[in-house]
Design a protein. Structure first.
Lengths: 143, 183
């Protein structure tokens, strides 16, 4: 046994170390939460009307370019709708019916309270696609 | 048609009804739950679009699959890439109607138990769904709530054998739509 241990101890220790590292990595990766959008760098910076235009002209192409990407959108706050659990802020150019809908997860946050209809705002979020509006989720104010 | 997509479809569907008969929400809530002894999986979105026609009882909602958020990032990735294949099937749509619309008075506060039947499309597969629902009217604001189960195999959503114990074969879906009156 002693002979075996002497000969193979480095190998055994290496295997044990790799197993522990793999287990810790697996556990951390499995429990990894969604990143805070505040800390994400914007892949694109666009005016609300430009982003809406891209989806209106060619939705499949816009999906390929913008969906799942972090986008910083600037525009006029044309509406704010607050529900029990979240808030939706609509950004547009003021003339179009279609807008960018920015969903904030915390309806009572200071960010939402500071937003006023009719003012300009820049909001960062993750683009999910296009329904009646271009939809962005997990939004935050982009300063 | 492909270029204009859902907004035009929604408009065409309801073109026959007058504007004041239509109720709309652009931030409806849809959640789903999968419960097993090993793990609970839950996700929700607050970005569903829905139109309810008060006159005909016609009800539609549409949701972007990628708008569902999970607590765990890995679950969200697997949900989109392996189960719902959301790049290929980005939207889920329900088109149906309130069967017993005569029970509902949209001008009077109350909770009205109704039955809703329609076609639910998920993962490119359509199935007929009939579910009890509650229409609530409070000070002129109407809401629709329903909970129902779907069988994943009906929508050709396959669960890898490695995680079969962790994912239930049926999923409970909760829909909560709070409408705004159209001008």
């Amino acid at each position: 046994m002693k002979k075996w241990w002497k000969r193979y101890r480095f190998f055994a220790l290496a295997v044990c170390t790799i197993a522990v590292v793999a287990a810790v990595y697996g556990y951390v990766e499995y429990n990894r939460g969604l990143p805070d959008t505040h800390h994400l760098r914007a892949d694109f910076k666009l005016e609300a009307s430009d982003l809406v235009g891209k989806f209106e002209i060619n939705e499949p192409q816009a999906n390929a370019v913008y969906v799942d990407k972090t986008i910083s959108v600037h525009g006029l706050v044309s509406g704010i709708q607050i529900t029990d659990t979240s808030a939706a802020v609509f950004l547009s150019d003021g003339s179009s019916v279609t807008s960018v809908m920015c969903q904030f997860e915390n309806a009572s946050s200071r960010e939402i309270k500071n937003l006023k209809k009719g003012t300009q705002a820049t909001i960062k979020g993750i683009c999910s696609g296009y329904l009646m509006d271009v939809v962005m989720v997990r939004c935050v104010l982009d300063k | 048609m492909k270029l204009v997509g859902f907004p035009l479809l929604l408009m065409l569907t309801f073109i026959a009804s007058s504007a004041q008969d239509r109720l709309l929400t652009r931030n409806g809530s849809i959640s789903f739950y999968s419960r097993t002894s090993l793990e609970d999986i839950e996700a929700n979105t607050q970005t569903a679009v829905s139109v309810l026609d008060k006159k005909t009882g016609q009800l539609e909602f549409s949701v972007l699959i990628k708008s569902f958020t999970f607590e765990k990032a890995l679950m969200q990735e697997h949900f989109n890439e392996n189960y719902l294949e959301s790049d290929q099937f980005p939207k889920s749509i329900f088109r149906g109607r309130i069967e017993d619309l005569s029970k509902v008075s949209f001008d009077k506060n109350g909770r009205y138990a109704v039955s809703v039947t329609g076609e639910l499309t998920i993962h490119g597969q359509s199935q007929t769904v009939t579910t009890p629902a509650i229409i609530t009217v409070l000070d002129g604001v109407a809401s629709a709530n329903a909970e129902f189960n779907i069988v994943l195999a009906d929508y050709k959503i396959t669960i890898p054998s490695l995680v079969q114990d962790k994912v239930s074969k049926t999923v409970r879906i909760a829909v909560n739509l709070k409408y705004q009156a159209q001008p």
